[in-house]
Design a protein around this ligand. Structure first.
Ligand SMILES: C=CC1=C(C)c2cc3[nH]c(cc4nc(cc5[nH]c(cc1n2)c(C)c5CCC(=O)O)C(CCC(=O)O)=C4C)c(C)c3C=C
Ligand SMILES: [Fe+2]
Ligand SMILES: [Fe+2]
Length: 331
């Protein structure tokens, strides 16, 4: 094999984010995202008028302000961190495999699209692609849309690479170790709170009762992290954030829990978001900023947010191990 060819490439996939923190770009992003029946699966006859008549006329301006409050000089945190993950994973694969493994990004919604990511890999001469959605827990609202989008693209092409798509890694020992290590590092610099909250993105309860394994996988991740940290049952709790719409979502809801903990005598919490592979609006604004305000104004005294795994060495090591394990036989 020469320096320029590789037997396979990696497509790192995340949800996506607006191009800028402005109402028109947020609207464009939300329109594509919230039109996906995997995300909101109520009848289009009911949903389309609500989406186009109400949500897309009110939410973008409000959410654009929130994005503005967390936006970085070089872009949306989710995008900047995804690019760092891409570059560091490529470096780590080069070191581990001893040859260049192209790594590209593709977002389920917005830019860069999955199609662009696959085209970039094709342009680098790869004929096999390992698709790695950056969600540890499988949900029909996040990972399934990646499967759907890839098979839709398949229908439109004369040729297509050989593919493997990762489904989940919620109990991977290196994922649990990376999360536990991030908590320990946080405790070393800031001290340990009375309770560690593990806040996962919520989904409608109906998705779970209809078979989505997401809640079970979140529970397992949380138990393994707590066990790895040696926490007793009173020292940790699972909760679900970012409720959207009127349906019943998984509980306990993070915002309600934060408001109720101080009156139950819990005055200090550490909070982490294991379902997010990179910090984003949902962690930096909703949990780090808004969550703190709720907890402190309800009588809490100390609130510490533990950032996502992002481009940490332990996270890149995990991704590298998943690639190695799932591409066996490809080189
Ligand atoms: C409409 C219902 C939603 C479901 C179901 C949902 C599941 C889900 N989402 C993530 C991760 C992310 N969500 C992000 C943004 C986001 N999510 C929803 C709604 C649902 N998510 C909305 C409407 C938005 C946009 C912001 C807003 O209008 O409030 C993001 C991106 C954040 C960014 O920085 O751009 C991520 C990542 C998971 C893991 C998940 C289910 C398991
Ligand atoms: Fe979401
Ligand atoms: Fe949110």
């Amino acid at each position: 094999m020469n320096d320029t060819s590789s037997p396979f490439g990696v497509l790192l996939v995340n949800l996506g984010t607006p191009d800028s923190p402005t109402a028109p770009d947020v609207k464009k992003f939300l329109k594509q995202f919230l039109s996906d029946p995997r995300v909101v699966d109520i009848s289009p006859w009911i949903w389309k008028p609500i989406l186009n008549g109400i949500i897309l006329n009110t939410r973008p301006a409000k959410v654009a302000k929130l994005y503005e409050s967390i936006w970085w000089e070089n872009g949306s945190p989710l995008m900047v961190i995804s690019q760092q993950q891409r570059d560091k994973l490529a470096q780590s694969l080069q070191t581990n495999f001893g040859f260049n493994v192209p790594v590209e990004l593709g977002m389920s919604y917005g830019n860069p699209s999955l199609d662009l990511g696959l085209n970039k890999l094709k342009a680098q001469g790869v004929s096999k692609v390992f698709v790695l959605p950056l969600y540890a827990q499988y949900s029909c609202s996040t990972v399934a849309p990646v499967f759907d989008a890839i098979s839709e693209l398949h229908k439109t092409k004369r040729d297509f690479p050989e593919l493997r798509i990762n489904k989940e890694y919620y109990a991977h020992p290196s994922y649990i170790a990376a999360l536990a290590e991030s908590v320990k590092q946080h405790w070393q610099s800031k001290g340990q709170a009375e309770v560690l909250l593990m806040s996962f993105h919520g989904v409608p309860v109906r998705y779970v009762t209809e078979g989505d394994p997401y809640q079970m996988q979140c529970q397992k991740t949380a138990e393994l992290v707590a066990e790895s940290l040696g926490l007793s049952a009173e020292q940790w709790q699972i909760c679900f954030q970012s409720q959207f719409g009127k349906e019943e979502w998984l509980t306990p809801a993070t915002d309600q829990l934060l408001e109720s903990l101080p009156e139950q005598g819990v005055k200090s919490v550490d909070i982490m978001c294991p379902a997010f592979s990179s910090d984003c609006l949902e962690t930096l604004e909703e949990i780090s900023q808004e969550g703190k305000e709720s907890f402190i104004s309800a009588g809490g005294e100390r609130y510490e947010f533990i950032g996502c795994l992002n481009d940490s060495d332990a996270h890149i090591e995990l991704l590298q191990q998943i690639v190695k394990q799932q591409t066996l036989g490809w080189c």
